[in-house]
Design a protein around this ligand. Structure first.
Ligand code: ZN
Length: 475
């Protein structure tokens, strides 16, 4: 009898404990070890969906089912029914403006023969999860999804709404069905004070995270064509107005032109912090570019050094011009009347691009060569603040999770969907899971083969959860 009573009592305790595990009070810390199987399963579910462009609705269907099964209402918005977007919102008390957590659902195409495993198998091998999208962007999507589920299960009281957006068409945004459509047609559904999405990351040195990079700004693609014109004629008769010669001279002048160097809060802080951990020679170059008293010669040397040894840092210093396509000629014995080059120009935030084009024309100084702007696909976007509440939380959570870590704000030389959000006044920050430098190099986003260390997945979800709580939860 006593024994039966004890068994019954134990069963009640176990039932209460398991209830507690499902929905502990918001103040109780989460048991991250117990959450691992669920995190892994949901992340693998997402990787297993082949969501190459035009198939994003498959991900939306999955998310809708998972969120609604736990009582979180969703809305879908589709310009193209195959590339729908999904929004879910957990309401706060309205005392602060919303936080938007977003991720894109599409992945870039695969060349199957280059993969050692099924690119949509989410295969677990050697401590990694392998598959297209394992880095870009399904870790962020899975972390955002887990964060929504946990906020709801625990009934976390919120000062701000937390808005979840799964957006389509980021990788091949020729249709505009993703962020462009959402910003243009349904901005009310995603308007927020802060946003958090891909665009940052963390660096593993062995098993220790030594660097966290938070994306706060990006350059804007503002491409142009150089068009040289002259008189067509026979290849046996040299002409002074041969457009190939004029185009070649113009490209040579632009190649030698050092466009003006300009720092912003993000890049200044980036170089200052990097100098503290870089090897001596590099550190000296970083210190020089942020030194207001550096002599022109020292500045020039430091820039040469970076151009040669650290091209991504050199690119952060200026609006850059890179010729990428040349087109001219129809036959070996024909002087064409036109020759053209395509220039991939990446403008710093705040660049007056019309003035920049005019400066280019002055540098070229040749009336036979015209600068013809190519319409920009993304808006100009200001850098997000590095003294905001959200940035401070990102920095503090990084330092707490990875003691001794260096936190760097980052300006991407490439473009992302954060541009559209920043252009609408949202302070947007980029994050990402940790990789070693070798793994980031050999298995990168968009690479032939993509993979993520399983051991990086769980802390990343915890990071996102912690940041969202500190920014949005009622204290
Ligand atoms: Zn991406």
């Amino acid at each position: 009898m006593v024994r039966r009573l004890f068994v019954a009592f134990a069963a009640v305790v176990a039932a209460v404990a398991s209830l507690g595990a499902q929905a502990p009070a918001p103040s109780q810390p989460l048991d991250w070890d117990r959450l691992r199987p669920e995190i892994l399963e949901r992340y693998r579910d997402l990787v297993k969906i082949d969501s190459t462009p035009g198939r994003e609705t498959l991900v939306v269907n999955y998310l809708k089912e998972v969120l609604e099964a736990e009582g979180i209402q969703t809305q879908t918005f589709a310009q193209d029914p195959d590339s729908a977007n999904l929004v879910a919102r957990l309401k706060g008390n309205g005392s602060k403006r919303p936080l938007l957590i977003l991720a894109h659902t599409d992945v870039v195409p695969v060349e199957r023969e280059k993969w050692p495993v099924d690119p949509f198998g989410a295969v677990l091998k050697d401590g990694y999860i392998w598959g297209r999208g394992t880095k870009d962007d399904k870790p962020v999507l899975a972390a955002n999804l887990m964060t929504m589920l946990l906020l709801k299960r625990r009934g976390v009281p919120l000062d701000r709404d937390v808005i979840f957006l799964a957006e389509s068409a980021e990788e091949a945004d020729t249709t505009g069905a993703g962020i462009n459509f959402m910003v243009r047609e349904h901005f009310d559904a995603i308007d927020a004070e802060f946003a958090m999405t891909e665009g940052g990351g963390a660096t593993l040195d062995g098993t220790r995270v030594t660097r966290v990079s938070i994306g706060t700004a990006e350059k804007r693609p503002t491409r142009a064509r150089l068009v040289a014109t002259g008189t067509a004629g026979h290849g046996s008769v040299p002409r002074l107005d041969n457009p190939l010669l004029h185009l070649a001279a113009a490209l040579d002048k632009l190649g030698r032109w050092e466009t003006p160097m300009r720092l912003n809060d993000t890049t200044r802080t980036y170089f200052e912090r990097l100098a503290a951990i870089a090897p001596p020679e590099r550190a000296a170059a970083y210190r020089t570019v942020v030194d207001k008293n550096a002599t022109p010669a020292a500045l020039s040397n430091a820039q040469r050094y970076l151009q040669e040894h650290d091209p991504p840092s050199y690119a952060m210093l200026r609006t850059s011009i890179v010729p990428t396509i040349l087109k001219a000629g129809v036959g070996a014995n024909v002087i064409p009347s036109e020759a053209e080059a395509t220039l991939d120009i990446r403008a710093l935030p705040g660049e007056d691009i019309d003035r920049f084009y005019a400066q280019m024309a002055e540098v070229i100084a040749d009336p036979a060569v015209k600068v013809v702007p190519i319409p920009a696909l993304r808006p100009a976007s200001p850098a997000s603040r590095i003294d905001s509440e959200m940035y401070r939380v990102l920095e503090q959570v990084s330092q707490r999770m990875y003691p001794g870590v260096t936190v760097l704000p980052g300006m991407s030389p490439a473009a992302s969907d954060q541009a559209q959000l920043r252009a609408k006044g949202i302070q947007s920050y980029g994050i990402g899971p940790a990789s070693t430098e070798a793994d980031a190099l050999n298995y990168p986003a968009h690479g032939d083969v993509e993979r993520l260390a399983e051991s990086s997945l769980y802390p990343f979800v915890q990071y996102v959860w912690t940041v969202v709580n500190e920014v949005a939860a009622h204290k």
